[in-house]
Design a protein around this ligand. Structure first.
Ligand SMILES: NC(=O)c1ccc[n+]([C@@H]2O[C@H](COP(=O)([O-])OP(=O)(O)OC[C@H]3O[C@@H](n4cnc5c(N)ncnc54)[C@H](O)[C@@H]3O)[C@@H](O)[C@H]2O)c1
Length: 253
C-alpha cells in the first residue's frame, strides 16, 4: 500500500503523524511511504512537494488534525484517511467526509476490546499534565493571575484545583496538581473509578461524585478548574459559563 504523510496546515499544529522510525518500519513491511516535504521526515520515504500529490497518489493518508475546508475536495473516494477527526464537533466536516466517500478512521475512536482508546490516551496524558502547568502559569501575576502559588508556602494556603472527569486527562492533571502540593478535588460520575482513584491518589486529592450542584459549590473555592469529561461520540457538556467562573472567585483582589 502507498501511505502518504501530510504536513499539518492547521495554525500552530506542529505535530507530524509518523516518526522516521515509523516510516522505516512501514517500508520494511513492503509498503511505500510518500511524505510532504515540509513534514520534515525522510527515512526512505519519497518526498513530494504538495498535499495534492499525496491525496492523489496514496491509498492511505496519515495526518494529525482533522482536514480543513481547503482539503475537503482533495479526499478521494475509497481512500483511507486516518487522523483525529472529532466529528461530533463539526457537522460541516462530517458532511464533507460523507460526500467524499473516503474511508475515515478517527484516531480518537479506535477502541480496544476493553473500551480503552489507545490513540487518544497519549494525547490525554499530555493534555492532563499540561493543564496544570499552564494553569499554574496563568495564576502568576506576570500572566494576569492573582499571584497564587498552587503549592502554597508555610503560612499561606495552597491553591485549590477542581478537576471534572477522573479519566486519563483528569488523573494526569490530578497527579501534577497533587505533586505541586495543591488541594485537589477530582470529580467523576463513575463510582468504581472514584473508589480506585481514592485508593491510589495522594492524601491531598479528594474524590467526589460529579453533579451540577457539586460543581457549582466547588468553583466558588477553585483557583483552577480543569474540564476532563469524555462522553463517547458527543460534544463535551458545558456546565460552567465564563461568567460563572469570573463571579465565583473566592479570593479578593
Ligand atoms: N485538548 C487536548 O489536546 C485533549 C487531548 C486529549 C483529550 N482531550 C479531551 O479531554 C477529555 C477527557 O479525555 P480522557 O482521555 O481523559 O477521557 P476518559 O474517557 O479517560 O475520561 C473521561 C472521564 O469523564 C468521566 N465523566 C463522564 N461524565 C462525567 C460527568 N458528568 N462529570 C464528571 N466526569 C464525567 C468518565 O466517567 C471518565 O472517567 C475529552 O473531552 C477529550 O476529548 C483533550
Amino acid at each position: 500500500m502507498r501511505i502518504g504523510v501530510l504536513k499539518e496546515i492547521k495554525t500552530k499544529e506542529n505535530r507530524v503523524a509518523m516518526t522516521p522510525g515509523g516510516v522505516e518500519q512501514i517500508i520494511s513491511c513492503g509498503n511505500d511511504v510518500m511524505v510532504e516535504n515540509a513534514a520534515g521526515i525522510k527515512a526512505g520515504a519519497k518526498i513530494v512537494h504538495s498535499n495534492k500529490e499525496i491525496y492523489q497518489n496514496c491509498k492511505m493518508i496519515m495526518k494529525v488534525k482533522e482536514p480543513l475546508p481547503i482539503e475537503y475536495p482533495l479526499m478521494q473516494k475509497g481512500q483511507i484517511v486516518f487522523t483525529y477527526f472529532h466529528f461530533a464537533a463539526s457537522a460541516e466536516l462530517t458532511q464533507a467526509v460523507i460526500d467524499s466517500k473516503c474511508i475515515a478512521i478517527a484516531y480518537e475512536t479506535v477502541e480496544r476490546d476493553n473500551g480503552s482508546l489507545p490513540l487518544l490516551t497519549p494525547m490525554s496524558e499530555i493534555a492532563g499534565k499540561m493543564s496544570i502547568q499552564e494553569g499554574a502559569k496563568y495564576l502568576e501575576n506576570t500572566f494576569g493571575g492573582k499571584g497564587i502559588l498552587l503549592g502554597g508556602v508555610p503560612g499561606v494556603d495552597p491553591g485549590t484545583v477542581v478537576i471534572i472527569g477522573g479519566g486519563i486527562v483528569g488523573t494526569n492533571a490530578a497527579k501534577m496538581a497533587c505533586g505541586l502540593g495543591a488541594k485537589v478535588y477530582l470529580l467523576d460520575t463513575d463510582l468504581d473509578r472514584l473508589r480506585y482513584l481514592s485508593d491510589v491518589m495522594p492524601q491531598n486529592c479528594f474524590t467526589l461524585m460529579s453533579s451540577p450542584a457539586t460543581i457549582r459549590r466547588l468553583i466558588k473555592e477553585a483557583d483552577l478548574v480543569v474540564g476532563a469529561v469524555l462522553i463517547h461520540s458527543s460534544k463535551k457538556p458545558i456546565w460552567l459559563s465564563a461568567r460563572s467562573l469570573f463571579t465565583a472567585q473566592k479570593r479578593p483582589d
